[in-house]
Design a protein around this ligand. Structure first.
Ligand code: NAP
Length: 550
């Protein structure tokens, strides 16, 4: 089907990451005219931009990739249980080529504004290079971890050596051999980069503000027998991750911490310790994240593991978090991370004792003096959740900018739509996921695709989330942030890492079952309230029509 009068394309998608590629596939399959615009020169999103050494999945590779094609699942052989960035990027390239999607993608296109035109019922989208398009529907698949954050350190730009942010890593190889390297930040990115750089650099100095609960990823190659089992189990795996609250294969435990004796608990923790990646949360005691005493037990166990690895006791103590329990912030999964601190060429600077005062032309200055470097790695994170959407220049009904509407935090319906911004969707955005992101985001893309099909079938040209449903979902998300979320308010999940950013919860701790349940209610009600009248008047009250209390 070609686009209707007044629009260049039916659907314009922004972002060629895991979510945008899937939405593009769905749109093309459903016969819409569709274009995807991407800021980078290649596909992969996170796996295009984060090409720093050590970058890899911490979801099991085969649960991160797509399930819409059995053929794709069976033909693509991941080399490791947690595949590295080059392989992940190759996978997304393979997907767009296999399904002939590349010709629908316009690369090197940085969207600077997207303005809703009430008269034509279209979005007018403009990019930095002068590109413009009119689209009936706009899908911002711009990701939650896509705007790198640099702290405002005096003199940052004056450094004359090489400086890189993990989230904006260059394509050309960075040679660390024999170099004096500073790594600022000890989140998942810093934790992955440090052990890879340490063996080749002449020195690595880690600037740590807050330690994290790093546990082993337990990555390993996928054996030929496991490859065969993965292929044979396609349907089982698809159904398990499709139904799992977290989107992972890990089994949930139905036991609570203090049901076991101290000896049984120790044995249980040792078993959990051996699980890959997020198994240490999902398959842990079911009260581990929410019962403070249970959380303290597991955290003590992990602290013991850190002390057993790090030879210098003072360094070990600095590496053990004191301000939050396990999963109070998003825990990194590492390979050889704590071991790296046993190397004579790796040192730790505790920024609580000696804060950074400036970056100079030659290095980093703290209260303890200047240390000179050849390379500075900024592993300082992202403007999470709303960062990309607030920078996209989205202007909705009555000239209202999205960044103003969300000044105090995002207001969303299912983390997919926001009232006053018709025909605008952001699967994979804030309030959506809290688990294996591609699975949540895939649910959201499916929801968008089905909603568009329904609108097409029934002749609706304008789709808008009812205000009442947005209020309902946002309140549920915010309540659950207090009652159901393990995350500490200092976490970037509350926007706490960005100076001046409104403190608001940016995830969805209600979990996937609730998300799916709410989607089903909307579908069963024939999307009551989603289709405003021809004069732009709001549709019926969606919450009432869907039987949801306000
Ligand atoms: P992050 O978790 O936000 O960590 C940023 C680090 O920079 C923190 O240690 C932070 O310290 C530090 N920092 C920030 N501002 C600072 C300042 N002014 N001075 C000194 N230190 C400062 O960012 P990330 O490591 O890039 O990871 C972000 C997320 O991306 C992860 O949580 C994960 O979801 C995803 N990720 C996943 C993988 C994977 O394994 N698949 C790998 C990398 C990233 P504070 O803690 O004190 O703020």
């Amino acid at each position: 089907m070609s686009s209707d009068a007044g629009a260049d394309v039916d659907i314009l998608i922004v972002g060629a990451g895991v979510t945008g590629i899937y939405q593009l596939y769905l749109a093309r399959e459903a016969g819409y005219s569709v274009q995807l615009v991407e800021q980078g020169s290649g596909v992969g999103g996170t796996w295009y931009w984060n090409r720093y050494p050590g970058s890899r999945y911490d979801s099991e590779s085969y649960t991160y990739g797509y399930f819409f094609s059995e053929e794709l699942f069976k033909e693509w052989e991941w080399s490791e249980h947690f595949a590295g960035q080059p392989e992940n990027e190759r996978y997304f390239n393979r997907v767009v080529d296999k399904f002939d999607l590349r010709r629908l993608i316009r690369f090197n296109t940085t969207v600077t504004s997207a303005v809703w035109d009430e008269t034509s019922g279209t979005w007018r989208v403009t990019a930095q290079d002068g590109y413009t398009a009119r689209a009936r529907y706009l899908v911002a698949a711009t990701g939650v971890l896509s705007v790198p954050f640099y702290p405002n350190v005096p003199g940052r730009e004056s450094f004359r050596g090489e400086a890189y942010h993990t989230g904006l890593w260059p394509d050309a190889e960075v040679d660390f051999t024999g170099k004096r390297v500073a790594v600022i930040g000890t989140g998942s990115s810093g934790v992955q980069v440090i052990p890879i750089v340490a063996p080749v650099a002449s020195s690595v100095t880690v600037y740590q503000r807050t330690p994290n609960w790093v546990t082993p990823l337990h990555n390993r190659p996928i054996t030929p027998q496991e490859q065969a089992e993965l292929k044979a189990d396609f349907e089982k795996i698809r159904d398990t991750v499709g139904k799992s609250p977290s989107g992972f294969l890990h089994q949930h435990s139905d036991k609570s911490t203090f049901e076991d004796s101290p000896e049984e608990r120790q044995a249980f923790y040792e078993r959990v310790w051996q699980l890959g990646g997020f198994g240490k949360i999902i398959s842990n005691y079911r009260d581990m994240t929410l019962n403070p005493a249970a959380n303290a037990e597991w955290s003590r166990f992990v602290a013991g593991k850190i002390r057993a690895v790090v030879k210098d006791p003072a360094t070990a103590e600095k590496l053990i978090p004191k301000d939050h329990g396990y999963a109070g912030k998003r825990p990194p999964y590492g390979t050889g991370y704590f071991e790296a601190y046993n190397r004579p060429n790796v040192s730790l600077v505790d920024l609580n004792e000696t804060p950074i005062t400036a970056v100079t032309e030659t290095g980093i200055e703290t209260a303890a003096g200047l240390q000179e470097f050849d390379i500075i790695v900024w592993a300082t994170g992202f403007d999470f959740g709303t960062g990309a959407l607030r920078r996209l220049g989205v202007v909705g009904r009555d000239g209202l900018p999205l960044k103003d509407y969300w000044a105090d935090g995002p207001l969303t319906y299912l983390g997919i739509m926001t009232h006053g911004f018709p025909n605008f969707f952001f699967p994979g955005g804030p309030h959506g996921a809290a688990g294996n992101n591609p699975r949540y985001n895939g649910d959201q893309s499916d929801f968008v695709a089905e909603l568009l099909d329904f609108a097409r079938e029934h002749g609706h040209r304008v789709i808008e989330a009812p205000k009442a449903l947005e209020v309902e979902w946002t309140a549920m998300v915010n309540d659950a942030a207090i009652t159901m979320s393990p995350f500490n308010e200092q976490s970037y999940f509350f926007g706490a890492n960005i100076p001046g950013k409104a403190k608001a919860f940016l995830l969805n701790s209600l979990g996937r079952p609730k998300l799916l349940q709410m989607m089903e209610i909307a579908v069963k009600s024939d999307y009551a309230g989603f289709f405003p009248g021809p004069d732009g008047a709001p549709g019926p009250d969606g919450a009432e029509a869907q039987g949801i209390s306000k």
